[in-house]
Write a protein that binds this ligand. Structure first.
Ligand code: SF4
Length: 747
């Protein structure tokens, strides 16, 4: 591998061209540049322009010694072409003189002239506007200035900052504004605004638009998931790789994509999904590919966490390519989700039934069938690992478990081979009725293999037997090191959320590292608008749940007795929630009850939320689960939601996996139980409670039910704006206090 760099001036534009030659050798005095190329049937033959340009750069590197008969130096370009469908490798050798290579190189550079001039022009015209942009609101809210100052200082210092910014601070603008200034002053080239949910992206886009109107004429792109902008959604499942066989837009020429990019750049400066799909259709290119190309030209990129951290979809050209010298900052919204999401990205599972079912389908295809058989055999072998912990239930079904920090020897090989076979089959143009299922397995294998690449002492391997099924898992226990590595290439990163308690815990699990800074801001709202209370003589622990129900029902009724309107009660599990809902409905049939269901579709969720209207003036109670779709990221302002009741302390259910996480952190000098259970649980509680007060005119009630809220540990985790929390032992006294609150007699 040889790094090559060439500085060259063309028509008044200074270029620095960098590249990497895969292999360079001296063959009998002639310099040879070799490269491997994966080339499907019908793809253009090589060497391509890139190899010829590299060869030219090599010819200018001083490594040249040989000449053609005419006295011209020669370079050999050897291309090893791997056909992924057949596995065959063919070889192609071309000899070029330095003059021939120079002609190709200059032709290529000329194509880049327009782009280079545009970047230079933008730096001259746009950056000063961004540097000078005025804050786009008439006044600063409480906490905003502190947050913006801390963000800018962290960016200048190249640090990671964790900000707890309660609802109402205006955290999106408080993070984006200093980042735009930072970019305007030439300290970075791109801002990646990363979100856990698509719903947050609209607010980031709107805020970036405000800064645009205020003079920061930056280009803003919302990068949407491939499956949501795909033009072949009817024929292609999300797991299927894109190929010419299923999609006419796959692999279209780079020139066509470039033309579509130019069209978008001419049209406007903000790019959401709609305009990208429209132009993609016009130019006959893939919208996803188009948005990736367009990202090169945008300064603010709003995207899911995946695009920065997921090993399968991470934007390698920005975050991994050593040739890309672009500097970026990360703004990480709803950052309390980051560690959990990253754990999922680097965890994977494979089930024996996936292989055996497909084996039945692909028996007639020898290579694929052999690879499936091999992988299934590997899982059968794993079954033996569980022998020591195997038992039979009453029905005679076997259950077993095996856990290890060490990976079984040679685990990867059969799955890697199968992955190759799946890819070959999925790229074959022949129709395949089982393609969707094979694609699903292919995707699982890719994730499994990606997780294996990162496997170290922060991971765990385990195998489970459930009857005839054997399941192997790679589990990422601690994503901090992976995140730290990915964050390492950024200039700075700001993590923010309304709930990052305790800040040190979130910094630790999210890759903050030793130099991370933290900032906790106070709520900008009048705390007397919130009635916050705890009933701390009821245990909601698993064994006490049945006997807790009458008390819980009475407390919910007490909360609702102060004011007619909409309320939500959050529970730690569906089962507990359903039992409470049944009891409540029997006792209070006049209250309209809505109950969250498992696996609700988007439409069902929208219908559930739209039932929370302000103008109905009826008694309505939603029963939801903590940590579910309705406990964070929903906005029911004003009188659309008058109060929430949180039952329990929000802890994730006790499980072997969580216990292993607990032990892992314990062994690493952390409070294991708190890391695995208490802190994630309290975050669920704070998120659910945060649904009530959404603006400075909102009034509402938060009631927490659990005896643990009386302990110093839980009191310490309550936010500053709950300092007036009251504790009650009976629904009657609670009811009286709530009536007083709504009558304006107390807070
Ligand atoms: S190339 Fe683009 S449009 Fe075609 S299937 Fe893939 S994502 Fe969809």
């Amino acid at each position: 591998m040889q790094e090559l760099t060439l500085d060259i001036c063309l028509r008044g534009v200074d270029f620095r061209v960098s590249g990497r030659a895969e292999a360079v050798s001296d063959i009998g005095g002639t310099l040879r540049l070799s490269e491997l190329c994966v080339c499907r049937e019908g793809s253009p033959r090589l060497p391509g322009e890139k190899a010829l340009c590299l060869a030219f750069m090599l010819s200018r590197s001083g490594a040249f010694s040989h000449s053609s008969g005419a006295g011209e130096p020669l370079v050999e370009i050897e291309t090893l072409i791997l056909n992924p469908e057949t596995g065959e490798i063919s070889r192609d050798i071309k000899q070029k003189t330095a003059a021939e290579l120079e002609a190709v190189f200059l032709r290529h550079l000329k194509k880049k002239l327009g782009e280079a001039r545009m970047f230079a022009e933008r730096a001259r015209l746009v950056l000063p506007g961004a540097a000078a942009v005025k804050f786009p609101y008439p006044r600063l809210r409480a906490g905003q200035e502190a947050m913006m100052r801390a963000c800018y200082s962290a960016m200048r210092g190249g640090r990671r900052l964790f900000v707890q910014a309660p609802t109402g601070i205006g955290k999106t603008i408080s993070a984006l504004y200093p980042a735009v200034k930072f970019l305007g002053h030439g300290h970075c080239d791109k801002i990646f605004y990363l979100t856990a949910k698509t719903s947050t992206q609209a607010e980031a886009y709107r805020t970036a638009g405000l800064l645009f109107s205020a003079g920061a004429h930056l280009r803003i792109l919302v990068l949407t998931a491939k499956e949501s902008c795909c033009l072949c959604r009817g024929t292609k499942t999300p797991d299927m790789p894109c190929s010419r066989g299923i999609c006419a837009y796959a692999g279209v020429s780079g020139e066509r994509v470039a033309a579509a990019v130019v069209r978008l750049l001419e049209l406007q400066n903000g790019y959401g999904q709609k305009i990208i799909i429209k132009i993609a259709r016009e130019y006959g290119v893939c919208p996803y590919e188009l948005s990736l190309e367009l990202a090169e030209f945008c300064e603010i990129i709003i995207a899911d966490y995946n695009y920065a951290f997921d090993p399968l979809v991470r934007l390698k050209k920005f975050f991994e390519d050593p040739q890309n010298t672009g500097r970026h900052v990360f703004l990480i919204d709803e950052a309390h989700n980051l560690a959990g999401r990253t754990r999922e990205m680097y965890s994977a599972a494979l089930c024996s039934s996936d292989f055996t079912r497909l084996l039945g389908i692909y028996r007639g295809e020898p290579e694929l069938a052999a690879a499936l058989n091999e992988a299934a055999g590997r899982l059968r072998g794993m079954r033996r690992l569980c022998r020591q912990d195997m038992m039979r239930d009453e029905a005679g079904v076997e259950h077993g478990y095996y856990i290890s920090r060490e990976l079984p020897e040679g685990l990867e090989l059969p799955f890697r081979a199968l992955c190759g076979e799946c890819e070959r089959r999925l790229f074959k143009p022949a129709a395949d009725p089982a393609a969707a299922e094979l694609a699903m397995l292919y995707r699982k294998l890719l994730r499994f293999l990606a997780a294996l690449e990162y496997y170290d002492e922060r991971f765990l391997f385990f195998c489970r037997v459930e009857g005839g099924e054997t399941i192997i898992n790679i589990m990422c226990l601690d994503p901090s090191e992976i995140l730290a590595r990915h964050l390492g290439r950024s200039e700075a990163a700001v993590f923010f959320s309304a709930t990052l308690t305790p800040l040190e815990y979130f910094s630790d699990i999210s890759g903050g590292g030793d130099r991370a800074e933290t900032l906790a801001l106070a709520s900008p709202f009048d705390i007397s608008n919130l009635f916050v209370a705890a009933v701390d003589n009821i245990s909601t622990r698993y064994e006490d749940r049945e006997k807790s129900l009458p008390g819980i029902v009475a407390c919910i009724a007490a909360v609702m007795s102060g004011q007619k309107g909409n309320y939500i009660a959050y529970f730690p599990s569906y089962e507990y929630m359903e039992r409470a809902a049944a009891k409540f409905s029997t006792k209070y049939p006049g209250v309209q009850v809505l109950i969250q269901k498992k696996g609700m579709s988007r439409e069902e969720k929208e219908a559930f939320l739209s039932a929370f209207r302000a103008e109905d003036h009826k008694m309505q109670l939603g029963f939801c689960v903590l940590g579910g779709s309705f406990s964070e990221g929903i906005d029911l302002p004003g009188s659309r939601l008058l109060g929430v009741i949180v039952v329990g302390v929000g802890m994730p259910g006790i499980s072997s996996e969580r216990n292993i996480m607990r032990d892992y952190y314990e062994q690493n000098q952390r409070s294991g139980f708190d890391y695995a259970y208490t802190f994630p649980g309290m975050n669920n509680v704070l998120q659910a409670a945060g649904r009530v007060i959404r603006s400075d005119t909102d009034r509402g009630v938060v009631l927490l039910i659990d005896d643990r809220y009386a302990t110093p540990k839980y009191k310490a985790m309550c936010p500053e704006h709950w300092r007036h929390m009251q504790h009650f032992a009976s629904p009657l006294s609670l009811r009286a206090a709530i009536i007083d609150f709504w009558k304006g007699r107390t807070s």
